[in-house]
Ligand binder design. Structure first.
Ligand code: PLP
Ligand code: MG
Ligand code: MG
Length: 612
């Protein structure tokens, strides 16, 4: 797995004259986006975690870009005016810790090239193409084994060139070390990285292969002619090629599994791997750390994973965190279908528990809860953070600290809240919290996890075991003691999708995701107001992640018809029946844009107006 990329972006771009007088050439725009930003988006979409940009000329442009993408790290080559690309790479070396992709900053390219390099079984691979007639070709020749023999712009030096250098390569850390050693001995500050690769290959210091894609769509942009060709000929080809791989978009307005990005879908297309391999353990460990990081300090909290749905992980949490043998008693808050489910789990395990039942569309009465805590009868509280049934958000910032004040363990189902809103488990005083891969985090269904306070986890260590697979402590212990392997077969490919979804969440940030969801919610609310449709839950108690809507009074209305109209336009909506109250539900979760919610409201409007 390639986790890092380096973009060499120190150059003056002097051949572009006026165009690069005030900015580096990576910031030339095509289709309204800087070419380097386009490249960054492609790297992220193939799972690159960190992008190191070697800067020089007008470095501040890249530093600003790093503020927008928290996966970017800039490294400054102070001698950029006098030096060449190898010097910039040498400056970046200290931050490179494994195999990486090396790119030039002035490229536009079809993303398939990254996929080809990542999947090539050889470790050092230079991407190359057939003839471009660009006027600044760098020719490559190879031996019978497709190993690099020579690199030159001078065609007289390379009689029968095999291919042209693109400016994207896959390189190992060892090869990088060889390259830097060579450069330091050679001490030519004008040498380019590709010429160093040539020397390394010739001297057999590493095996450097050349991979050719004959009709590859790409261009570098060194001068104005290249820019025009890039805009008029190459970019449209790239765009078309890439669009051919778009997955048909279905916008799920049901409350999870949520709409995923194409990059999350494609992250599952990977080489087969045995989940007992170290590499897979590292991947799972990384996921647990990052998922914890979103809501808590990794030193104090940890994440325990299971292959299961949300209910599965709720079952693990409820059954493992209360010691019924020691006569511990659980208090469950039921103000919706999911609170009721927590109570059902307790019932099925013959646990000692009471339920406080409350309306599923009105705010909880905190006094009732406090009076129950005060009785001293309870050792633990189980509550749903966001009742997905109706969109009611329970005020855990009040409830959990109150429960702790009376000595209760706090167990929270945050399945439809986690990663959709900023939360701090320590501040909220939550001991155990459940979530899944397929809601706000935006990955595939199949992974449930508990984020637990480590000290609370230690207290359950000797509790009577109630089940085998879903034993929270056993799962935790096994993971820690066995190089981060899961006890039982994990959904391997779903973990790769989860990794990609985490990367994308880190880049967007949970705060910004929350804002995006609220924007979608506001668009929906104002459309409902215009259509005189009412929400079941008062605005101040709504999460903004799901809206339960009372149907129009017209007897021509049917949920099935509305569902069909929406589905024909690429939107999936969800019914919702609460006792005898009928509703339909619109969720905003996952990869949904405000413009898409806008589009949905127009469809809704058209349907509602057709009822008159
Ligand atoms: N808890 C909450 C709050 C949920 O929203 C859901 C699913 O929507 C679940 C539990 C159950 O999850 P699953 O259907 O994955 O078992
Ligand atoms: Mg060039
Ligand atoms: Mg160039």
């Amino acid at each position: 797995m390639i986790k890092q990329a380096v973009i060499l972006a120190a150059g003056l771009g002097s051949r572009l004259g006026e165009l690069t007088k005030n900015m580096p050439k990576g910031f030339l725009q095509i289709d309204g986006v800087a070419i380097v930003e386009n490249s960054i988006k492609k790297l992220i979409s193939v799972g690159v975690e960190e992008i190191i940009i070697g800067t020089g000329y007008k470095a501040e442009f890249y530093e600003n870009l790093a503020n927008k993408y928290n996966c970017i790290k800039t490294v400054y080559n102070k001698d950029y005016e006098k030096t060449s690309s190898m010097v910039t790479l040498n400056v970046c070396k200290q931050f490179i810790n494994n195999d990486f992709l090396l790119l030039e900053s002035d490229l536009i390219y079809d993303k398939i090239g990254l996929f080809v390099l990542i999947n090539d079984e050889r470790s050092n691979v230079i991407l190359s193409s057939g003839k471009t007639y660009s006027g600044d070709e760098v020719y490559l020749s190879v031996n019978n084994n497709f190993e690099l023999v020579s690199v030159s712009k001078d065609k007289t030096k390379i009689q029968n060139p095999f291919a042209e250098l693109v400016g994207i390569s896959k390189i190992t850390k060892n090869t990088l070390n060889e390259m830097c050693n060579f450069y330091e001995k050679f001490a030519d500050i004008k040498i380019d990285y590709e010429n160093v690769l040539e020397q390394i290959s010739r001297q057999n210091l590493a095996d450097i292969f050349v991979r050719k894609i004959e009709y590859y769509a790409w261009s570098e942009i060194d001068n104005e002619t290249m820019l025009q060709t890039a805009i008029n000929e190459i970019y449209p080809r790239i765009k078309e090629n890439e669009s051919l791989l778009n997955v048909r978009r279905e916008i799920l307005l049901n409350p999870g599994p949520a709409t995923t990005t194409d990059s999350v879908k494609y992250a599952q297309v990977i080489a087969d791997i045995c989940p007992r391999e170290r590499e897979f353990g590292d991947l799972v460990k990384w996921c647990t750390d990052e998922l914890t990081n979103f809501v808590a300090d990794n030193n104090k909290y940890t994440c325990i994973m299971f292959a299961c749905s949300g209910t599965g992980v709720d079952e693990a949490m409820i059954s493992s965190c209360v010691n019924t043998n020691a006569n511990q008693k659980l208090l469950v808050i039921d103000n919706g279908a999911y609170g009721a489910r927590l109570a059902n789990i307790a019932k099925n395990f013959n646990m000692n528990f009471d339920v406080i039942k409350s309306s599923s569309y009105e705010a909880l009465d905190i006094n009732v809860l406090e009076n129950a805590f005060k009785t001293g009868k309870y050792n633990a509280l189980a509550i749903v953070y966001h009742e997905t049934t109706t969109g009611l958000l329970n005020p855990l910032e009040i409830i959990c600290p109150l429960a702790k004040k009376y000595g209760l363990i706090t167990i929270v189902d945050a399945i439809s809240a986690y990663a959709g809103m900023p939360m701090d488990l320590e501040k909220l005083q939550i001991d155990f919290m459940s979530a899944t891969s397929n809601k706000h985090i935006g990955a595939m269904a199949g992974i449930g996890f508990v984020i637990a306070k480590k000290s609370a986890l230690e207290t359950i260590k000797n509790y009577q075991r109630k089940n085998y697979y879903f034993d929270l402590y056993e799962q935790y212990k096994y993971f820690v003691d066995n190089n981060y392997q899961l006890r039982f077969t994990p959904p391997v490919q779903s973990f790769y999708a989860l990794r990609q979804a985490i990367l994308e969440t880190k880049i967007e940030t949970i705060q910004k995701r929350f804002e995006r969801m609220q924007k979608c919610h506001q668009i929906l609310l104002s459309a409902l107001e215009n259509l005189a449709l009412e929400c079941l839950v008062k605005k101040e108690n709504q999460s903004g992640f799901i809206t339960a809507i009372l149907p129009p009074k017209s007897n021509k209305y049917s949920f099935e018809n509305l569902h069909e109209v929406a589905k024909n336009n690429g939107f999936t909506i969800y019914p919702g029946k609460l006792g005898n109250i009928d509703t339909f539900r619109i969720a905003n979760m996952g990869d949904i844009k405000p413009s898409e919610m806008q589009k949905f409201t127009l469809i809704l409007e058209k349907y509602i107006n057709s009822l008159n």
